[in-house]
Design a protein around this ligand. Sequence first.
Ligand code: AMP
Ligand code: MG
Length: 485
Amino acid sequence: MKALDELTFDNRFARLGDAFSTSVLPDPIDNPRLVVASDGAMALLDLEPTEAHSPVFAQLFSGHKLWAEAQPRAMVYSGHQFGGYSPRLGDGRGLLLGEVYNDAGEHWDLHLKGAGLTPYSRMGDGRAVLRSSIREFLASEALHALGIPTSRALCVIGSDTPVWRETQERAAMVLRLAPSHIRFGHFEYFYYTKQPEQAKVLGEHVLAMHFPECLEQPEPYLAMFRAIVERNAELIAKWQAYGFCHGVMNTDNMSILGITFDFGPFAFLDDFDANFICNHSDDQGRYSFSNQVPIAHWNLSALAQALTPFINVQALRETLELFLPLYEAHYLDLMRRRLGLAQGEDSDKALIEDLLRLMQNSSVDYNLFLRRLGDQPAAQAVATLRDDFIDRDGFDHWSARYLQRLAVQGDDPERTARMHAVNPLYLLRNYLAQNAIDAAQQGDYEEVRRLHNVLTRPFDEQPGMQAYAQRPPEWGKHLEISCSS
Ligand code: AMP
Ligand code: MG
């Protein structure tokens, strides 16, 4: 375990030079204080959890202090936003402070979001508000605990610095950790600005740092693209299986590592709704819940376009075609486990789709239903859950198929334990995040910390925490999460 001043830096991305990022110092926020820190994320840097409470911690992650070896840089990228190409984006309010390697030899990017103006800030103020910083922190740590690949969050630091959104709010900073902050949009930037040499430097960097196993393949770039397709297929399968809606799947928010990245107006489904749109600026529903699958495929094809200088087009097309079957295999596998089905059968897809349709028509809480299905032996569980459905006949018909399917499997004394290990009791519901944010905006951080704690063990029933395992109240179902964060 280390103290804060013992971190070891090795700033590999910064060394790529000024074509890739610009040196910018963080602009400090006033009266910084710790809102919340993640012990799990601290451990990734070998940091003692108690370090979060040292005064220097809040200073380091609010722009007041820097390690001598840090080299804060704003990265340049571009990307397709809502289907249209934006030629120049970049870190408008975030800085890559440096890369730290831990005792296990893993590298972690330290990225400070809300750190002030950069050359890429465009019309923005370079700041992040407390509300969105808490949402990013909670979401990163909650997704990780569910087993969904994601960037991590070390801490949120609050301040007195005023910022204007729809109303006046307070600035905060969130320290994000990821093995890389390289997005699809990085490759698009060098492709569309016709900088083939720089594109190659980026490609070689990504291969060497993040896909070294691909260097042994006859066509390293193709192997890397395939790995990116595979990782994204698995990621999106997990989002769909757990009801996670990202909200802004622009190619600049897609990580080359296939991790959940850049949290904005995201939401977990409460009632199952395939057409759910969590981003209320998304008028067309481009990023609706069910569209996440074809959109991920579309985003991968945008990346493929940017990789055409390195890979034969036919090979790219064939690799892209792997996405949907890979996605479906992962999705079905996870959904089977969530339903407690041991082996796969051809009819599983229809069994799952029919259940989702019934849930949709009766506004059934998606994740709670699956949790409760594992609470009791299957016949009793479906008899209890039946009351949640308006179409009782439809549900009875589905239950009969489900029970028959389980009968083939035989008795399963471990059923509850196996199902509960994949079906969370606690979820980051929007209204829970909102309650924590409301308290934090009044200066009370206890609720953020409590919620974070509960969400780090989403599958384990925790005494006294029943309030976090309920359906949302009516007011909490229709929260409009602002995109201006
Ligand atoms: P996002 O929609 O948050 O993924 O952001 C899209 C682009 O806008 C990125 O280049 C961000 O860095 C930039 N950006 C978002 N919010 C701000 C802000 N408040 N100030 C400056 N740039 C921002
Ligand atoms: Mg973004």
